[in-house]
Every structure is written in structure tokens, then in C-alpha cells.
Design a protein around this ligand. Structure first.
Ligand code: 3PY
Ligand code: MG
Length: 250
């Protein structure tokens, strides 16, 4: 099975990405059917673990959305395990150096390109019998750019062979560059636009986490190719609060 994220990006189409922090295959399935093109299971800040991610990716198989995972850290064994569970993209937080980038890319590629260990497991069920033959061209290695050092070293990071996309974490970046996670964020905004320009110049798509659909539209206008308009929990609680507000309106 082809990676629809790659197909859309190659056709100059935008990718809208859902973001899952709730340990439920049922709500994940609902998000997968919401019109998004991709869904990322968040193992860094989401309230879930590997078994939840496995069940969620099984549920996502029944939807048109391509499954990705945000891992908690740069750990090749965990990355390979999640690829074997069927993830088509690995978003890895806190990548700051070309060395870390290479470790990430290598974990996502079979030899001779990388050092991913053989044991495709559920990859074969989701991808099909040619999964292993196609995996290096299917799976996406996506470093998260969310540190001041990464912004400074973005050219070296983008020089690493096999970076399929960069994904910006605007909140961690604001903590480092502006000293807080609030607004305004002049330094980190300039930093992330610098990253966007450097990636775009090389034909590498840039993605970014957003707080809402409105923010996602603005990011697309800026040139981002993959946007995440908020996570499942935020949407659930935001619309519940709104329903309560309307119910009790005087
Ligand atoms: C960030 O904004 O730092 C993120 O990691 C978004 O999930
Ligand atoms: Mg972050």
C-alpha cells in the first residue's frame, strides 16, 4: 500500500493531519473518518502507550487516513517496533543535530540504506506482501524542529540524506527562543519561518502543529505543506464546553 502522504505531497496537495492523545481505537477511528489525510498517534505527550498505538493503527486501517506516530524520544528500537506495528511515518521530537537526524533516518530504512531490523510483522498486513521491498520508499522519517540549536543548524540537518519532511513544534520552540510558550512569539516565529524557507528551497516539505483550523489555514498560506489543526482531546473538550455554554446561555 502506497503512502498517501507522499502521494499528496508529490502532487503538490496539502496534507491535513489528525493528532491523537486519547487511548481509544474508537475515537481514533472517528478522527480517521473526519476527512483528514493522515493521523499521528502521539506517544510523547498523549495518554497512551504501545498497545494503545497498535490498536489505534488497526482501527485507522479501516479509514482513509495514513498512520504516523510521534515517538517520545530518539530511540531506534522503539522506532523500529512502531514501524513494525504499521506506522508509515515517524515524527521524532527534539532533533537538534545532523547526527541525531541520521540516527532517525537509519532506524527508518532497511540495510544497506539504514539499520532497521527485519521483522515487519503488522507492516505486512497494512502494507501488503511487498511491504519490505517498498518500505524504504514508503515510510517517512520526520525530525521535529523545536529547539534553538535545530534552527541554527537547519542546513546541516536538511543535508542528511533521507529526511522526508521536517515538522515544527512551535510550543517547545517558543519556550527556548522567546522564553515562554505564550504569545507573541517574535523570535520563534522568525526561527520557524527560517526553517520553512530552508526546507522549501531544497524541496523538502515542512509540517507544523497548530492550535486550530484557522491557524492551520494561516500556516498553509505561509507555505507549510502538512498541518495539524489541534489534537483530539482539545477538540473534544472545546466542543463540549461550547455545548454547555449554549445550553446554559441566558
Ligand atoms: C510543540 O509545539 O512543541 C509540539 O511538540 C507540538 O505537539
Ligand atoms: Mg514539542
Amino acid at each position: 500500500r502506497a503512502n498517501a502522504i507522499r502521494t499528496r505531497l508529490a502532487a503538490s496537495q496539502i496534507v491535513v493531519n489528525g493528532w491523537l492523545s486519547i487511548a481509544s481505537a474508537y475515537s481514533a477511528e472517528g478522527v480517521g473518518h473526519s476527512g483528514v489525510h493522515a493521523v499521528t498517534v502521539d506517544l510523547q505527550h498523549g495518554m497512551l502507550g504501545f498497545s494503545d498505538a497498535l490498536a489505534i493503527m488497526q482501527a485507522l486501517s479501516a479509514t482513509p487516513a495514513t498512520p504516523m506516530v510521534r515517538v517520545p524520544e530518539l530511540n531506534p528500537a522503539n522506532i523500529m517496533h512502531l514501524l513494525d506495528a504499521g506506522a508509515y511515518g515517524i515524527i521524532c521530537p527534539m532533533i537538534s543535530t545532523p547526527e541525531q537526524t541520521k540516527t532517525l533516518v537509519d532506524a527508518c530504512r532497511y540495510p544497506p540504506l539504514g539499520n532497521r531490523s527485519f521483522g515487519p510483522s503488522r507492516g505486512l498486513l497494512y502494507g501488503g506482501p511487498d511491504y519490505v521491498a517498498q518500505a524504504d520508499k514508503t515510510v517517512m522519517a520526520i525530525p521535529m524542529i523545536e529547539t534553538a540549536e535545530a534552527v541554527e543548524r537547519i542546513e546541516d540537518i536538511l543535508d542528511v540524506d533521507g529526511v522526508d519532511m521536517v515538522y515544527i513544534g512551535p510550543n517547545d520552540l517558543a519556550f527556548e527562543m522567546d522564553g515562554h510558550s505564550g504569545h507573541p512569539r517574535p523570535k520563534s516565529e522568525a526561527g520557524l519561518l527560517h526553517v520553512l524557507a530552508a526546507a522549501t528551497k531544497r524541496g523538502i516539505p515542512a509540517g507544523i502543529f497548530c492550535g486550530s483550523g484557522e491557524e492551520a489555514r494561516t500556516r498553509i498560506e505561509q507555505g507549510f505543506r502538512l498541518v495539524t489543526p489541534g489534537n483530539d482531546f482539545a477538540h473534544l473538550t472545546r466542543s463540549m464546553r461550547e455545548a454547555v455554554r449554549v445550553t446554559l446561555e441566558e
